[in-house]
Design a protein around this ligand. Structure first.
Ligand code: FAD
Ligand code: NAP
Length: 312
C-alpha cells in the first residue's frame, strides 16, 4: 500500500512530490505517463517564474532540474498512464494503470493538468511553440510592437486579445461566427480598442512559415481568401481539463466538479472526498500558470501529510 500516489508529473505533481517526501512520507509514487515536466516543456520560452536564473530559457530546460530534486528526496516515478482512480470501502484508493495493473494508496493527489484544444487548421501543429501559442501571458511579450492574430470568440480569446493589445502593435481577432460567446461587457471593451481588428465569419485555412517559425496565415473570410502576415497566432478555442482518471464506471466523477469538469477544491486543495486532493490546472479557478500549479502542489502535499497523520 502506498502512502501517497501522485498522478501527473507537471509543476503541480512535482511540487507535491517534493513536499510529500521532504515532509517525511516514505512510500510516495508519482505516476507520470511521460517524462516529468508537464505541458510547459512544450513551450519555447518561459520567463515569468520568480527567481529564474535564465529568463527566456525553454520550458524543457526550465523543468529539467525539478525531477532531479524530487528524486533526491525519494520520490519514485513510474512511467505509466493512470486509467482510473476509485475509492474502496475502507476509504483507501485503487489506482488502475494501463496494461491492467493496479496499486492502492492511502491518499491521492491528482495533478493531471489541462490540454488546450487544438483548432485543427493546417500548420497548427507544425508551428506550435514557434508562432502558434495558447498562452498570451506567457508568450505575448515576444511579439512586443508586432502584429498578431487571436483565434476564438469566447471569454478567453476576447480577454487575451485585450491583453495582447497592450503589448502588440495590432491584434486581428478571428472568429468563425458573427456572434460571440464572450461576455458583452468584455466584447464592448474589445470593440472600443483601436488596436483590435475584428475579423468575423472567418476561419484559418493555413498557417505558413519557414525555419524561423510562423510568418503568416491564410484565412477564409466571407469576402474571400485573405492573407495575414503575422509572426504569431494565439488560439483560444477552449480547454480540456484532464479529468478522465476520475471518471467512474457509471459515468460520474469520483468527486465534485463544475460544469466544465474542473474539480472543486477548497483552499487546502481538498476535494469533497477525504484523502483525495487536486492541484494545478485541473482545479476550479486555476490561473493556469506554472507558479500557481507549483503552489497548489505544495499545499496539496501538506494537506495529504496531515490527512495521513490523522488516519489512525
Ligand atoms: P501539466 O503541466 O499539464 O502536467 C500534467 C501532467 O500530467 C502531464 O505531464 C501529463 O503527461 C500527466 N498526465 C495527464 N494525465 C495522465 C494520466 N492519466 N496518467 C499519467 N500522467 C498523466 N505558464 C507559465 O507560468 N508561464 C509560461 O510561460 C507558460 N507558457 C506556456 C506555454 C505553453 C505552450 C503552454 C501549453 C502552457 C504554458 N503555461 C505557462 C501554462 C503552464 O504550463 C501550466 O499552467 C502548468 O504546466 C500546469 O501545471 P500542472 O502540473 O497543473 O499540469
Ligand atoms: P469557450 O467558451 O469554449 O470558447 C471557445 C471559442 O472558440 C468559441 O468562440 C468557439 O466558437 C471557438 N472555437 C471552438 N473550436 C474552434 C475551432 N476548431 N476553430 C475556430 N474556433 C473555434 O472557451 P474559453 O473562451 O476558453 O472559455 C472556457 C470557459 O471559461 C467558458 O465557460 C468561459 O465563460 C470561461 N471563462 C470565463 C472568464 C471570465 O469569467 N472572465 C474568462 C475566461 C474564460 P463558437 O462560439 O462558434 O462555438
Amino acid at each position: 500500500m502506498l502512502d501517497l500516489a501522485i498522478i501527473g508529473g507537471g509543476p503541480a505533481g512535482l511540487s507535491a512530490g517534493l513536499y510529500a517526501t521532504r515532509g517525511g512520507l516514505k512510500n510516495v509514487v508519482m505516476f507520470e505517463r511521460g517524462e516529468p515536466g508537464g505541458q510547459i516543456t512544450g513551450s519555447s520560452e518561459i520567463e515569468n517564474y520568480p527567481g529564474q536564473k535564465n529568463p527566456g530559457e525553454s520550458g524543457y530546460d526550465f523543468m529539467s532540474t525539478w525531477w532531479a530534486q524530487c528524486s533526491h528526496f525519494g520520490l519514485i516515478h513510474r512511467q505509466k498512464s493512470v486509467v482510473q482512480i476509485t475509492q474502496n470501502s475502507d476509504k483507501t484508493f485503487t489506482i488502475k494503470l494501463e496494461g491492467g495493473e493496479s496499486e492502492t494508496a492511502k491518499a491521492v493527489i491528482v495533478a493531471t493538468g489541462s490540454t488546450p484544444k487544438r483548432a485543427g487548421f493546417t500548420g497548427e501543429d507544425k508551428f506550435f511553440g514557434r508562432g502558434v501559442s495558447t498562452c498570451a501571458t506567457c508568450d505575448g511579450f515576444f511579439y512586443k510592437n508586432k502584429e498578431v492574430a487571436v483565434l476564438g470568440g469566447g471569454d478567453t480569446a476576447v480577454e487575451e486579445a485585450i491583453y495582447l493589445a497592450n503589448i502588440c502593435s495590432k491584434v486581428h481577432l478571428i472568429h468563425r461566427r458573427d456572434e460571440f460567446r464572450a461576455a458583452p461587457v468584455t466584447l464592448e471593451k474589445a470593440r472600443k480598442n483601436e488596436k483590435i481588428e475584428f475579423i468575423t465569419s472567418a476561419t484559418i485555412n493555413e498557417a505558413y512559415g519557414d525555419n524561423s517559425g510562423l510568418t503568416g496565415l491564410s484565412l477564409n473570410t466571407k469576402d474571400g481568401v485573405r492573407d495575414l502576415k503575422v509572426p504569431g497566432v494565439f488560439t483560444f478555442v477552449g480547454l480540456n481539463v484532464n479529468n478522465d482518471v476520475l471518471r467512474q464506471d457509471d459515468g460520474s466523477f469520483l468527486c465534485e466538479t463544475d460544469a466544465n469538469g474542473q474539480v472543486k477544491v477548497d483552499l487546502k486543495m481538498r476535494t469533497n472526498i477525504g484523502g483525495l486532493f487536486v492541484a494545478g490546472d485541473l482545479r476550479i479557478d486555476a490561473p493556469k500558470q506554472v507558479i500557481s500549479a507549483a503552489g497548489d502542489g505544495a499545499v496539496a502535499a501538506l494537506s495529504a501529510l496531515n490527512y495521513i497523520e490523522n488516519l489512525h
